[in-house]
Every structure is written in structure tokens, then in C-alpha cells.
Design a protein around this ligand. Sequence first.
Ligand SMILES: [Zn+2]
Ligand SMILES: [Zn+2]
Length: 131
Amino acid sequence: MEKIVRVECHHCGESLTHPEKTVAGSPALHFKAIEKGTNGPKVDIFLSAKFNDFRKAGHKFPKGTVVRLFCPHCEEEFKSSALKCATCGENLIIVHSENGTLNITGICRTVGCLKHKTNEELPTEPPIASA
Ligand SMILES: [Zn+2]
Ligand SMILES: [Zn+2]
């Protein structure tokens, strides 16, 4: 069965699943993004919510750009964690699942990578540190 990642903002509790937008026919996770080291402007970025589907839509950053991701509702930043992306080595951001379980999802901040995965591949008690 196809696995859909559903996550929420740890700050305001709002769902990051966009109510209408889809990526390649699947529900989309909505973030605001700016290029790391700049002050914006914040642009919309949509990641496929399908597990192991790394397609995305919205603003196109050059491949390899590292972005900072923000909640589209309260604009709070999702801080990077101490966990590294297994593919590119960038620090992952950690977002919480919607259903109140301890499931977490790690999202890579590198455009062209932007992997997301569930805690099946992450420690169950992640060291959530800001960077
Ligand atoms: Zn929020
Ligand atoms: Zn990566």
C-alpha cells in the first residue's frame, strides 16, 4: 500500500498537507522556503507527501541550494537537527506526524535531494538540536 506522510507544525499544530495542491497526483506538503544565508523572500515549495517519492513543485531553486524551511501557517522555522541526510550529508529538519504518535519525518534541506523519510530510518528518540 502506498504510504502518505502526514506531518504538522510543532509550533502551531497546523497540518502541512496542502488542502488542494498535489504533486504528481499525490497530496503535497507545503513549506515556505528561503535560500540559506539570504533573507528571502519566502517562496512556496511543495514536496510530494508520498513516502520515498522525492518529486516537488513550487519555486525552483538551483539544484544543490540549501534552503531554510518555514511553516506556511505561523512562519516558524523548522530548525535543522543533528541528524544528517544519508544521501548528501546536510542536516535534516525534523517534523512531527499529525496523529500525535511519536513518528517523526526527516526532511533534507538540499534542493535536488529534499529527501523525506519516516522514523523507520531514524532513531526513535532523535536528538533534536538546533543548528
Ligand atoms: Zn506553524
Ligand atoms: Zn540530502
